[in-house]
Design a protein around this ligand. Structure first.
Ligand SMILES: C[S@@+](CC[C@H](N)C(=O)[O-])C[C@H]1O[C@@H](n2cnc3c(N)ncnc32)[C@H](O)[C@@H]1O
Length: 362
């Protein structure tokens, strides 16, 4: 078994606490809403988790994000975005603020781990490519993520494309445009009626990733298939079906000649006594009518990575990544909040994976 302690007691703890709050921070049953809207709302959780990790000092990480990635103004960018969001939508801001109230240390650790892992990997790839040749990042299901801002600042040869449902991109577009500092950092042009903000270095695309033709047609307009391309799916493939996610992977890894894919997702757990995935699915279904169709299909690291076969792939669970954090950084993390649930952190983080894929040269 890959995940250590798996007792019923621990699973019940998860049932009552972490699984519910990790993905689903408010409890209203939303059976009347379409699945698209329900999935789209998971971005508010991701944003509130990030803001919580910033408020408590987990992010930005001095050794990973500041020293290695040279991210400047990380906290300020997020607080400005949050302020902008309050102007654009009191409803969404209220949801984000509400879920901030239920942020546990294990969740802050989880947000820290996923964020620094992706940022460090992105920085490593971009440094390897250098600043001479053009490169592009496509963040599929980007939600409110703001990592394009420090990356675009540090890499003048980079173009960044954020992709999400129309509702998400509309809100993000309004917030970015309505916040002068962010507008300036991204060199944004004023959006035309019914259009999204854009600039030479940044594109915000609205499309449903399940609609492959629409997605490829829109990407075709703003990307170059011949330059190195980094694709990010952070907590996104888990909301798609096996078929549609596989078709997306196959199509994009064929389309872009030189590519890197960074994917982060939960996995259900493969051991026969492992109830993490089934409890998570039940909680999501009951509390939000939300489905993760492949959680139990790609339930191990090996099965998750297999989706990218035969490409060069490496995959780790987040507990493995946690175990390699330098002692100084661990000491810093421990000073932020009292974490008495190390076993729970281990169970949770062995059920999240960080997958890196590469194809073509460079
Ligand atoms: C849990 S949030 C993660 C947001 C961001 N990647 C992050 O980690 O902060 C999932 C995001 O994926 C988007 N998403 C999921 N399925 C999608 C689809 N079929 N088409 C477009 N966006 C999708 C949602 O709208 C949401 O913004």
């Amino acid at each position: 078994m890959s995940m250590g302690n798996n007792s019923d007691d621990n699973q019940e703890l998860f049932n009552s606490k972490y699984i519910l709050t990790d993905i689903c921070c408010w409890n209203s049953v939303q059976s009347v809403e379409s699945m698209e809207r329900i999935v789209q709302q998971t971005d508010y959780d991701a944003l509130s988790c990030r803001v919580s990790a910033i408020n408590k000092g987990y992010l930005p990480s001095p050794c990973y994000q500041l020293e290695k990635c040279k991210y400047l103004g990380y906290k300020e960018i997020h607080l400005e975005y949050l302020n902008g969001l309050r102007q654009v939508s009191r409803r969404i801001y209220g949801k984000v603020a509400k879920s901030l109230q239920s942020s546990y240390p294990v969740m802050n650790y989880g947000t820290y781990l996923r964020t620094v892992s992706i940022d460090t990997e992105l920085n490593g790839i971009l440094s390897k490519i250098g600043k001479e040749q053009r490169v592009q990042i496509i963040d599929l299901g980007s939600g409110s993520d703001l990592r394009m801002i420090p990356l675009l600042h540090n890499y003048p040869n980079l173009k960044f494309i954020d992709v999400d449902y129309a509702e998400s991109t509309k809100v993000k577009s309004k917030v970015l445009w309505g916040t002068p500092s962010l507008r300036e950092l991204l060199k944004l042009q004023e959006p035309q009626v019914d259009q999204l903000v854009r600039s030479d270095i940044y594109e915000l695309l609205s499309c449903d990733l399940n609609d492959l033709n629409e997605t490829c047609a829109k990407l075709d307009e703003v990307t170059d298939v011949n330059i190195p391309t980094i694709i990010i799916t952070e907590c996104v493939l888990c909301y798609m079906t096996q078929d549609t996610s596989q078709r997306l992977i196959d199509r994009l890894t064929n389309l872009y000649k030189i590519g890197y894919w960074i994917s982060y997702d939960p996995i259900g757990g493969a051991h026969e006594n492992d109830r993490f995935g089934t409890i998570m699915q039940a909680n999501l279904r009951d509390s939000r009518s939300l489905e993760m169709p492949t959680l139990m299909i790609f339930n191990s690291k090996e099965k998750y990575a297999d989706r990218f076969s035969p490409l060069e792939t490496s995959i780790q669970n987040m507990w493995e990544i946690f175990s390699r954090i330098p002692q100084d950084e661990i000491k810093r993390l421990k000073s932020l909040q009292f974490l008495d649930e190390l076993e729970e952190l281990k169970i949770m983080q062995t059920h999240y994976v960080f997958c890196k894929v590469h194809w073509g040269d460079v």
